[in-house]
Design a protein around this ligand. Structure first.
Ligand SMILES: [Zn+2]
Length: 322
């Protein structure tokens, strides 16, 4: 094993050991949790939280998934042995889905974002919009035909907004350059794949981050920003404002930059994401990970009102963005 691989494994173990402690349930912040009657909106977007950084977004004419992940293997599988999709957990979660899905957007190649995507794309016929590395990892599995894969890539640009825009019928997707959160200053399972690997990914560390992306999704007359963590917000000035900012706050770095992120994105609503313990099955309910710190998130957003414009969603309880 190479030195970077050993370092990645140690970081994953460190992150996993901290994260696997089950924190209090979401009920502790019940005043911040929003939900409504689960009907398809005539206008706006129905937002359903799927756990980790996963979302189901439904408008009257489109259905989009972001980072759907339900297998949620225990910590030991991240460190040793193989990780494979857990089909019974995927079946359980997909009972909440419509039969067809238009798009699956993937922020990066780690297993908590990409592992379940090929099976869900197979079953729903959705096209996968993801970085070249994520598309090459999926290709190597030979489960999804090429026409369902839409590689999209942005490049860092220190002075201008850096984004690539694609139109998919009524849905516009802007992919934005970003970076993955660091842990103790180090990258977590980095790596890129310029070609599909000859051997499909088997261990957690084979699912490398690739080129991390954030997205602005325009559908149902709304603009929704999604990032799994770090936001290079200064580069996003030209694409703001947005209606809803879903932004990952699993680790300290994105929490520290949250106020600046929100200031630049100018959202009507902020939805802090990726705060749950994903080493336990979703059936057990939302538990905060030990690395999360929602009180700090609230402190960093003075003036944002919990339950009104600073919101939390519980698993599979939809809320409509009007
Ligand atoms: Zn990641």
């Amino acid at each position: 094993m190479t030195l970077p691989a050993v370092r990645s494994l140690l970081l994953a173990a460190c992150f996993g050991l901290c994260t696997s402690c089950a924190g209090p349930g979401i009920g502790k912040f019940k005043d911040t949790v929003v939900a409504d009657v689960p009907v398809s909106p005539d206008s706006g977007v129905r937002v359903t939280y799927l756990g980790v950084n996963g979302y189901l977004l439904q408008s009257s004419d489109a259905t989009v998934l972001v980072d759907p992940f339900f297998s949620r293997p225990p910590l030991r599988n991240y460190l040793v042995g193989e990780v494979t999709p857990n089909k019974s957990r995927i079946d359980w979660a997909m009972r909440n889905f419509p039969a067809t899905v238009d798009l699956i957007l993937v922020t990066h190649g780690h297993i908590d974002h990409l592992l379940d995507v090929p099976i869900i794309a197979q079953r729903t016929g959705a096209r996968i919009v993801a970085s070249p590395t994520s598309c090459n990892l999926v290709k190597s599995l030979k489960q999804v035909p090429d026409w369902q894969l839409v590689p999209i890539l942005t490049q860092p640009n220190p002075t201008l907004a850096s984004h690539e825009t694609r139109q998919f019928d009524s849905v516009t997707v802007q992919a934005l350059y970003t970076e993955h959160d660091r842990l103790c200053g180090a990258e977590i399972m980095p790596g890129r794949k310029t070609e599909p690997p000859e051997t499909p990914p088997r261990r957690a560390r084979d699912w490398v981050a690739g080129e991390p992306l954030a997205f602005i999704i325009t559908m149902g007359g709304k603009r929704i920003f999604v990032s799994s963590g770090m936001v290079q917000a200064l580069q996003q000035r030209e694409v703001t404002p947005v209606d809803l900012a879903i932004t990952g706050v699993a680790l300290p770095d994105p929490r520290r930059s949250l106020a600046e992120t929100v200031k630049i994105l100018k959202p009507k609503y902020v939805l802090p994401s990726h705060q749950d313990n994903f080493f336990i099955p979703a059936e057990k309910g939302f538990r905060f990970s030990a690395q999360s710190n929602f009180p700090e998130v609230k402190r960093n957003l003075p003036g944002w009102e919990p339950g009104k414009n600073l919101i939390l969603l519980d698993y599979f309880r939809p809320w409509t963005l009007y």
